[in-house]
Ligand binder design. Structure first.
Ligand code: HAM
Length: 436
């Protein structure tokens, strides 16, 4: 039997409805905050993600799906949305008419990672990216939009952790100090940190192995090496978060795994053990040089990405139901072949009129067909036999009131539309009265 590739999973119909609903909520939040959708290719030229030889990002170093296409071009399946988004922003010159460009995307990303709960090789991200002036208000616009989404879906057990990496000058000062400090303690650090020391010493600070190591705890803090501009930027971000009533903790060890960040970086965690150390639902920050590095003008960016798979796991763990039970307005049961054939046209016309309906296609017993209607959570069950067909009538059972009437076929549509607001689950509240 063929099976799905390791690190992937199927989203089956019941869960697909949750994904679709979440996407709908995301679109609404993006519209409220004026982010417009961008759809970029799922694969890009290798260089979009692998920008220089000294690249120290773990993700870019070992986790990308790279391949040579039939035209001998080196390609990479996108491991994240930011670089492709910047590439599209630059290539399509979106900066020409806009002071600020606010974009969002939703879609699959690919990383060759060790599979565990909340960590997959194909996963989905919802991302926001904003290009424009280096305003701290734009950082807060991004973070507050993420918080709006979490509010909208009712996920409260979250913690915003935030830090600054400072601008280039501050980071360079800090980097030098860190190299000096960690070089003196090299024997007390894990193997990976030895490599990090040479390539990206800042990443030692968020090492999971050494996280309780006093060498890390007592390491110099970025705050002492920020220049005035960087200090001011970060102070303003925090002040504006306070102003909006958004809770956060400043975490001086937060440095993020990707190499393009500068100034503000943040993560939003789900406060529960259920995802282990994969509990970061959303992460992002400011990247002031990436647009320029990908051949564009000197325009800073700031953004974030949610791991949608993780968000859905968190919602399930909190028992938060964002979708109503699936239902149909009507389900048709027939007796006899001619009733079945007539029935197909009947439901086709009802669908054209905006009713969600279906019928039994198998030649099953009445009992089996009633069960099918029940499985489809149908508000009305319509019963059409040879006699009804001859008399141009139909039997209609309201599954909420249990009332059963025989009406003429001509009246059917009008009758259903009029009576849609009585349902067997809640007397009309759970099913929307949805007709076009
Ligand atoms: P990232 O931290 O690599 O950042 O990923 C963002 C989020 O995607 C993570 O916090 C996590 O929820 C989810 N995620 C990452 N890898 C996996 C995986 N293997 N399986 C499941 N979920 C995963 C970025 O991707 C940046 N592009 C974010 C950003 C946008 N920064 C600025 N703009």
């Amino acid at each position: 039997m063929l099976t799905k590739p390791k690190g992937t999973y199927d989203v089956l119909p019941a869960d697909s409805r949750i994904w679709a609903k979440l996407e709908q909520v995301i679109r609404k939040i993006c519209a409220l905050a004026n982010y417009e959708e961008i759809r970029t290719p799922i694969f890009e030229q290798y260089e979009t993600f692998h920008r220089d030889d000294s690249d120290s990002s773990d993700m870019v170093n070992k986790e990308t799906y790279d391949f040579i296409d039939r035209g001998e071009r080196k390609m990479t399946l996108r491991p994240e949305g930011t670089a492709g988004c910047v590439r599209a922003y630059v290539e399509n010159k979106l900066y020409v008419n806009n002071k600020v460009t606010k974009l969002f995307y939703f879609g699959p990303m690919f990383r060759y990672e060790r599979q565990q709960k909340g960590r997959y090789r194909q996963f989905s991200q919802f991302g926001l990216e904003a290009y424009g002036p280096k305003s701290p208000l734009l950082d807060v616009d991004i973070i507050s939009t993420a918080c709006m989404l979490l509010k909208a879906v009712g996920l409260n057990k979250i913690r915003v952790r935030i830090n600054t990496l400072g601008d280039k000058e501050s980071r360079q000062n800090y980097r030098d100090v860190l190299v000096d400090y960690f070089s003196q303690h090299i024997d007390e650090l894990c193997e990976d940190c030895h490599t990090r020391l040479a390539k990206n010493p800042l990443r030692i600070l968020d090492c999971k192995v050494d996280k309780d190591n006093p060498v890390l705890i007592n390491a110099p803090k970025i705050n002492d090496y920020l220049n005035d501009v960087s200090k001011e930027h970060f102070a303003k971000v925090l002040a504006e978060l306070d102003n909006l009533g958004i809770d956060y903790v400043v975490d001086e060890h937060l440095v993020r795994g990707l190499d393009y960040y500068s100034d503000t970086v943040f993560e939003i965690e789900y406060e529960s053990d259920v995802l282990g150390n994969q509990n970061v639902l959303c992460a992002g920050g400011r990247y002031n040089d990436l647009v320029k590095d990908l051949g564009g003008p000197e325009i800073p960016g700031v953004g974030l990405a949610f791991g949608v798979d993780r968000l859905i796991l968190a919602l399930a763990n909190e028992n938060i139901q964002i979708v109503k039970p699936k239902y149909l307005h009507a389900f048709l049961i027939t007796l006899g072949q001619s009733a079945k054939e007539f029935g197909l046209k009947l439901i086709y016309n009802m669908r054209l009129a905006g009713l969600m309906c279906d019928m039994s296609y198998a030649s099953d017993s009445l009992k089996a067909q009633f069960k099918e209607a029940d499985n489809n959570n149908s508000m009305f069950t319509l019963i059409l036999g040879e006699d009804e067909l001859a008399n141009k009538t139909i039997n209609v059972k309201n599954n909420h009131t249990k009332e059963q009437v025989t009406i003429s076929l001509d009246e059917l549509l009008g009758y259903l539309i009029k009576n849609l607001n009585t349902c067997h689950n809640c007397g009309g509240n759970c099913h929307e009265k949805s007709t076009n």
